[in-house]
Design a protein around this ligand. Structure first.
Ligand code: CTP
Length: 211
């Protein structure tokens, strides 16, 4: 199979030098990319800024903003059999980026923020019906219900749900939510362990004899 993986955070710039982002290390997404490669699959890894080396044998496309991630994913999508979206995408961006550098005024500043593109939802709308997709959801409360809502809203086959402890951690504990909202599987261990379980799962459910 050829699988598109998104990983890492995105950045949204307030001005030419300052941006909003999050603490995602990219480790989970990179572990998924490496596990797919180790299982013999072709991988296009669309990655936000992270301090991780490119996994050998993986095609990495470096992006910074959510808009760039969207464009890179839509370009790669036609050649892919499946998508695993692990990126911690910035949900908001300034309504207008300020040219140059914001200078202090001595008082508070207010920014109007608008939602960024939802990369996985757009993949879900545009993909061919044969392309399977897996989302990741980071949930602090009602994880299973919220994961199911995301599965439906983004047209995913599966959603891997994890908690805030996963951000920038070495290990992870996840549940895999299926289209009926039930827990189809649960895995824990290092991010490499979880990634191997996930890859074996998609191979069992979406692979074919020629893979
Ligand atoms: N995702 C995406 N583009 C976005 C937001 C999220 O592609 N703009 C993807 C993530 O990579 C992940 C899934 O959607 O696979 C769920 O991400 P999450 O941040 O949990 O959900 P949101 O849709 O952002 O909802 P909220 O933050 O309100 O919980």
């Amino acid at each position: 199979m050829h699988v598109l993986v998104t990983a890492g955070p995105t950045r949204e710039y307030l001005d030419d030098v300052r941006f909003l982002s999050n603490a995602s290390s990219g480790r989970m997404g990179y572990a998924v990319a490496a596990a797919l490669r180790d299982a013999g699959h072709a991988v296009t890894l669309v990655s936000g800024p992270v301090e991780l080396p490119r996994p050998d044998g993986v095609t990495r496309v470096d992006v910074e903003t959510t808009g760039q991630m969207r464009d890179a994913c839509l370009e790669a999508l036609p050649g892919c059999d499946g998508v695993i979206a692990v990126a911690a995408v910035c949900d908001y961006k300034p309504a207008a980026k300020i040219e140059g550098k914001i200078t202090k005024t001595g008082g508070p500043v207010t920014f109007e923020m608008i939602e960024t593109d939802d990369v996985l939802a757009e993949i879900g709308r545009r993909k061919s019906p044969t392309v399977w997709t897996v989302g990741f959801a980071l949930e602090a409360a009602n994880p299973r219900e919220r994961a199911l809502q995301k599965l439906r809203a983004k047209n995913c086959d599966w959603v891997v749900v994890n908690g805030p402890h996963a951000i920038a951690a070495e290990t992870n504990a996840v549940e895999l939510i299926g289209p009926d909202g039930g827990v189809a599987a649960s895995w824990e261990g290092t991010k490499a362990d979880v990634a191997r379980h996930l890859v074996a799962w998609v191979e069992r459910h979406h692979g074919d004899a020629s893979d």
